[in-house]
Ligand binder design. Structure first.
Ligand SMILES: O=C(O)CCC(=O)C(=O)O
Ligand SMILES: [Fe+2]
Length: 339
């Protein structure tokens, strides 16, 4: 069996496609079935850092009802949205207006508006989860008061996506030749942030410094992303520096790895650069959920991902310190012209 380090050294140098992985057997008790699924995931994580999942278990009704809420939220008057602006809240919960965030330091702002929140129990099922993380990332969610049922609906999506994420962690562990439970004690508090996103269309000549979301990597372990069907916007950068389209595929979600997994695995799992540009002529909505290890957990490289030729590539910091520093860099950027 080749080691993880050896597998990483012979990784694909220029993927052109993003694999589709079927999660129908995600809860199978058969060890060989789980092993096969983990092997498939390992290939995608080492070579691409992105994959689609089908049979993911998030009900279509929950997705559609959440999309409706996103549309209603973003069509509220600006004054209402600004009441819960993310620069006024601890750790940037709430509303981020167009151009307020800048994911690519070479860019001049992301042409998207967003609404972000973290863990909170569902009213209908109190105590259904282990609770909120605190420390450097502490900060209550803020909610719009104008839309009846908004909070409950988007939390339903949140909890369904977190449930999927909790099933994925053991498979990632198996993919890293670790015990399936490796991440259990590191993911007790649902350190997951969910974001509703709205991208207005961009037509005519486009300034490359202002696109829907500039080239970036995500910050957590992995992202579970729903994108609106029928609209191509998301692109993924391969090692040959080619942008590969990641179109929405009906019935699937995208899962992409983020920097926390790159740090856990000393870059054996790829946190792949991506961006989104909406040239479709119509509005586009997407819903990422960023799932990391608990904020107080140190991002220490896993021993099997180190060798003499592959020494540690990152300093060890906690997951919370890392996410917080990235949030600050993204939302405290200066607008072009004022520098
Ligand atoms: O909207 C998308 O398709 C991508 C969003 C994204 O990359 C992000 O929010 O980190
Ligand atoms: Fe992203």
């Amino acid at each position: 069996m080749s080691t993880l380090v050896a597998r990483a050294e012979t990784a694909d140098s220029g993927f052109k496609d993003i694999p589709i992985i079927d999660l129908a057997n995600i809860s199978s008790n058969d060890a060989s079935v789980r092993r096969a699924l983990a092997d498939e995931i390992r290939g995608a994580c080492i070579n691409v850092g992105f994959f689609y999942v089908k049979n993911h278990g998030i009900p279509e009704e929950v997705i559609q009802a959440t999309l409706e809420m996103a549309k209603r939220f973003f069509s509220l008057p600006m004054e209402s949205k600004m009441v819960i602006e993310n620069r006024k809240t601890p750790n940037f919960k709430g509303y981020s207006p167009l151009l307020s965030g800048n994911n690519n330091p070479d860019g001049a702002g992301d042409l998207q508006e967003g609404f972000e929140f973290g863990w909170e129990p569902l009213d209908s099922a109190p105590g259904s989860d282990q609770g909120e993380d605190s420390g450097v990332m502490a900060g209550a969610n803020v909610w719009p008061s104008e839309i009846p049922g908004f909070q409950d609906q988007v939390l339903q999506y949140y909890h369904a996506a977190v449930q999927l994420g909790k099933l994925m962690f053991p498979l990632f562990a198996l993919a890293l030749d670790l015990p399936a439970k490796f991440f259990d004690d590191k993911t007790r508090k649902s350190a997951a942030l969910m974001k509703l996103l709205h991208y207005p269309p961009q037509t005519g000549p486009i300034d490359d410094r202002i696109i829907g979301i500039g080239a970036h990597t995500d910050w957590e372990c992995f992202t579970i992303l729903w994108q609106e069907p029928g609209i191509q916007a998301l692109q993924v950068l391969n090692p040959e520096k080619q942008w590969i389209n990641a179109p929405p595929i009906p019935g699937t979600l995208v899962i992409n790895l983020g920097d926390q997994f790159a740090r856990w695995t000393n870059d054996i799992f790829k946190s792949t650069v991506h961006r989104a540009v909406n040239r479709s002529g119509v509005r586009r909505y997407s819903i990422p959920l960023f799932f990391g290890t608990d904020y107080d957990v140190k991002l220490e490289p896993i021993p099997s991902c180190l060798s003499e030729e592959r020494p540690p590539r990152y300093e060890v910091i906690t997951a919370g310190e890392y996410v917080k520093s990235r949030l600050q860099a993204t939302y405290h950027h200066n607008h072009g012209g004022n520098k």
